[in-house]
Design a protein around this ligand. Sequence first.
Ligand code: PMP
Length: 360
Amino acid sequence: MIYNFSPGPAMLPPEVLKKAHAEFFNWRGLGASIMEVSHRGTDFIQLIDEIEQDCRDLLNLPSHYRVLFLSGGARGQFAAIPLNLAAENRQTAYVVTGMWGKTASEEAKRYSAVKVVASNEHNHYTSIPPLEEWEDYRQAAYLHYTENETVQGIEFPQTPQVGEEVPLICDMSSSIMSRPLDITRFGLVYAGTQKNLGIAGLTIVIVRDDLVARSAQAITPSIFNYALQIKNHSMYNTPPVFPWYITGLMFKWLKEQGGLVAIGARNQRKAAKLYQYIDQNGFYQNPVQLAARSRMNVIFYLPDAEIEKLFISQSQAAGFIGLKGHSSQGGIRVSLYNAMTEAGVDALIGFMREFAKQYG
Ligand code: PMP
């Protein structure tokens, strides 16, 4: 048995892989795979209408939000957001709580006047700066933050209460649909699908109508222009058909699991179990402030780099893969996205217990 804790691309539910496998050579009786038929054909159009509806059902989306299925990854959106939403030289506000928020703010500097209104870089991204300490963001075109920092294992426990003056924008690449979401608090949310919702190659953008109505900067590439993509049903360019299809299977799977309330409760239990073991054991150390610990990426350190190396090689030999921490952090990272089971977490804790006994 292999348990895959990879940070993204990440494991898929076996049910999703089996369904894709069964349909691989002959999709909907067409005698061809989904990768070989026109994206303008009736079958594909029917499929994507259904996928959008499933997305709307899962998130309970009101009609004044649009859903886009694009290429270019979350990094593409780092540029697309200021290009679409901040007219020339307008100020944009960023909260930086880890590597991805910092990268987003740096990309936005190419297209807007970025103000970093809060950052926890000085304490190595181990806590979330309290809202009362954020600098004024009310004049900005929008306020951007990263819900879950995949590298540092730090997550906003709730949506920050920032009020209505400024549209709130969130990078949910490693947390989307891992728990219920009140979209009405946001102007725009976006995520690559390769962690919680499928495979690499597709980016979901959910955006409110009044933001789509803003004039994009003149230099905005057409494929990143929200209004143009909405007009073209996310198919201004030939879309990534297979990743889109896999995300559709993930939406069906999430519905079968009982939707986001059920999946959120399960994700909470998975992370709580692992943190509880880490805290009571003492051999493994997690540096993140309790209230900001990520449910999706649990990081920890062992007493020294040599033992960490040993942990990685022995865990791999025992069937636990994808546990090496990000190169900038070292240590271990356990990614617990939607597809990871509670049994997988139990098995990993069992391995950690044995390892600590031997080397602790
Ligand atoms: N934001 C976050 C929070 C991420 O975890 C990642 C990928 N690990 C990205 C952005 C970048 O995503 P992509 O590679 O899809 O551009």
